[in-house]
Design a protein. Structure first.
Length: 644
């Protein structure tokens, strides 16, 4: 009986095991089915995308940079020219033939084999290999800006050049050269450091803008608005195997989109006029609209030709310019700081009137000198100016008058405060990638810097724009604009509009922005304006600024540099006097002390105003000036020619 029941129980257990096993097998099939459904249906799109990425080789197609125009938007100043780049895929070269292929392509390109080797096998300064691409299927650019004739020669012999290919790579063609170089800037290949900074920047389509082959702006507008100019790169994708070899015949192409076109505030007619008026003198000049901050001309001499950076000798060209003692890469309008000299007396006059520190009608006697402490301060007119009120002192640029007003009636704190009110010592906020802030000293600054107390002599020096105060020509232009505007400075800017390259539609327009606004009474501004006009009609620049076309108001400046026979020459003006501010322009000219002294700044300023308001070029403007002024200009030009 026990044996019988044991057998029956064993059968039951065996049956239960079969059922459980069957259930587990069914469950396993259900799990696999669900997973398969998930992989194919739910997550299928994701995995298909990953598979496609893994099996696709994507090559970027360079987008053309946007073009750059002057304010008239008629003809571009900067365009793109078709050119070619030659690439090498090292792994496609049969084993043992690397040296022969590389030597041959090097001879076609007119470069040494060693130049190509350095791009394939990179080493550190100790000779240790940091990157070896000899078995890589990644295309390496070995030369850019290759002419079509060379490409044709390579194409004829391509069967003997495995791994060699070429592609279109537009280069930047600077149609307008000369002084506009400092405004527009130039482009160059992106550096490793720039890639690290800009790699994650994305465009409007969410795609990365910059790669290790990007062409980027290095200076000027090209750099400031690089993202607008870049455009959207296209893509060409092909199917490849695990080793990177191309399997598909027909690529999938997404075409590139050209960058946005930029319209600048610069007027090339005025730019060329100012360039010729300054001539071959180390210095700077700027023309500014005080009503909205638009820069009509920006000239810095010496300048350079940006087109030299289009070839593969970029570093050599840059080093040569960087080592030039006259610093042609420097934009002196915004990146070089100088003592403001007597142009600072405009601020002194405004401060004196606003603070009611000293009556503008009251005279101060100038005997040609001021004895203070153990020093004798000499006025530029050694025999003295006699008795002068404010208007006469500004016109004659009397140092004694402003020494006494600054030292005895204003003081360093108020002078510094008003200098900053005019924007000195602060960023210009102009749309360029680099700019000087200049400097306005204070008494606490001197104690911290030199461990010396601020003295009355320091205040006297500051009162005539000497000493520690430093400004750029654009700061001086803003100062004059503030007077012309009755207490308001607009942010100076170079970009006027952004346009669509296909439709020419304006998609962004730059609006005026107030940079500084003063609450000084309008009557004070009017008195300073009248004093600046009197300076031109009856003061030191009356002869060189004799002009029948337009009424000018302004102030000269002569900054002593190093020795008594070495000066920077300033001229800061606006015109037409008494016209609505919308019709006025500010002109500032600086001629550095490195030039032979000839007091050229006021003469250049007169030529510029004549050319602007009579719609004349440089030659026509010189001929149209009064005969006495014209003869001096021509004599100076002849004398300069003999000196050179």
């Amino acid at each position: 009986m026990a044996k019988y029941f044991g057998t029956e129980n064993g059968s039951v257990e065996q049956g239960a095991k079969v059922v459980i096993l069957g259930f587990l097998i069914c469950l396993l099939f259900v799990v696999y089915a669900l997973k398969l459904f998930s992989l194919q249906v739910i997550e299928g799109a994701q995995y298909r995308k990953q598979a496609q990425t893994i099996s696709s080789q994507v090559r970027t197609i360079d987008a053309q940079r946007g073009e750059i125009f002057d304010r008239n938007a008629a003809m571009p100043m900067v365009i793109n020219t078709d050119s070619f780049a030659v690439d090498l895929i090292p792994a496609e070269i049969p084993q043992g033939h690397y040296d022969s292929v590389v030597s041959r392509i090097a001879s076609y390109l007119g470069i040494s084999k060693n130049e190509i080797d350095k791009k394939i096998v990179k080493k550190d300064k100790n000779g240790k290999i940091t990157s070896d691409l000899r078995r890589s299927y990644t295309a390496v650019e070995i030369r850019s800006n290759v002419p079509f004739s060379v490409i044709s020669n390579i194409a004829e012999n391509v069967t003997d050049l495995p791994g060699v290919s070429w592609r279109n790579k537009p280069i930047r063609n600077y149609v307008e050269t000369g002084s506009i170089a400092h405004v527009v800037g130039y482009v160059g290949d992106i550096t490793n450091e720039e890639v690290k900074v800009m790699y994650n920047i994305t465009g409007e389509n969410g795609r990365k803008v910059y790669t290790n082959k990007s062409l980027v702006g290095k200076t000027g507008i090209e750099k400031q608005y690089d993202l607008k100019l870049q455009g959207v790169q296209g893509r060409e994708s092909r199917t490849i195997d695990a080793r990177g070899r191309i399997l598909s015949d027909e690529p999938i192409i997404e075409p590139p989109q050209m960058g946005k076109n930029l319209v600048l505030t610069i007027d090339m007619r005025i730019q060329e006029l100012v360039e010729k008026a300054l001539g071959e003198r180390v210095g700077a000049a700027v023309v500014l609209r005080p009503s909205d901050g638009e820069v009509l001309a920006m000239v810095s001499y010496p300048f350079y030709d940006q087109n030299i950076f289009n070839d593969d000798n970029y570093s050599a060209h840059y080093n040569k310019l960087a080592e030039d003692k006259n610093r042609p890469l420097l934009n002196r309008v915004v990146n070089a700081a100088y003592p403001p000299a007597s142009t600072f007396k405009i601020i002194m006059s405004t401060a004196m009137l606003s603070e009611k520190a000293f009556s503008s009608a009251k005279d101060i006697e100038c005997t040609g000198r001021v004895d203070y402490g153990n020093r004798i301060f000499h006025c530029h007119q050694k025999w003295g100016h006699g008795y002068l009120n404010m208007r006469e002192a500004l016109a004659q640029s009397c140092d004694v008058y402003y020494w006494i007003v600054g030292r005895d009636y204003l003081g360093v704190d108020k002078i510094s405060s008003y200098a900053k009110e005019f924007g000195f010592g602060e960023s210009l906020d102009i749309d360029l990638p680099a700019q000087q802030t200049g400097f306005v000293p204070t008494a606490p600054w001197k104690e911290r810097k030199f461990h010396q107390k601020w003295l009355g002599g320091d205040t006297m020096n500051m009162s005539i724009g000497q000493g520690y105060t430093l400004v750029t020509p654009m700061h001086i232009a803003n100062m004059v604009a503030m007077v012309a505007n009755g207490g308001k400075i607009y942010r100076p800017h170079l970009l006027k509009e952004v346009r669509d390259p296909a439709t020419n539609e304006v998609i962004e327009e730059i609006k005026p922005q107030v940079l500084h606004e003063s609450n000084i009474d309008s009557s004070i501004w009017r008195e300073v304006q009248n004093a600046m006009r009197y300076t031109i009609t009856d003061g030191t620049p009356a002869f060189p600024l004799n002009n029948k076309v337009v009424q000018i108001a302004g102030k000269t400046g002569t900054a002593e540099v190093g020795s008594l026979d070495h000066w920077h020459s300033w001229m800061a003006c606006y015109a037409p006097f008494n016209a609505p501010v919308e019709e006025q322009v500010v002109v500032v000219v600086l001629v550095e002390a490195v030039n032979e002294w000839e007091w050229w700044a006021p003469y250049a300023t007169n030529i510029i105003f004549q050319g602007i308001f009579a719609n004349q070029n440089y030659e026509e403007a010189v001929e149209a000036l009064p005969a006495t002024v014209k003869s001096v200009i021509k004599d100076k030009k002849r004398a300069r020619g003999r000196a050179e």
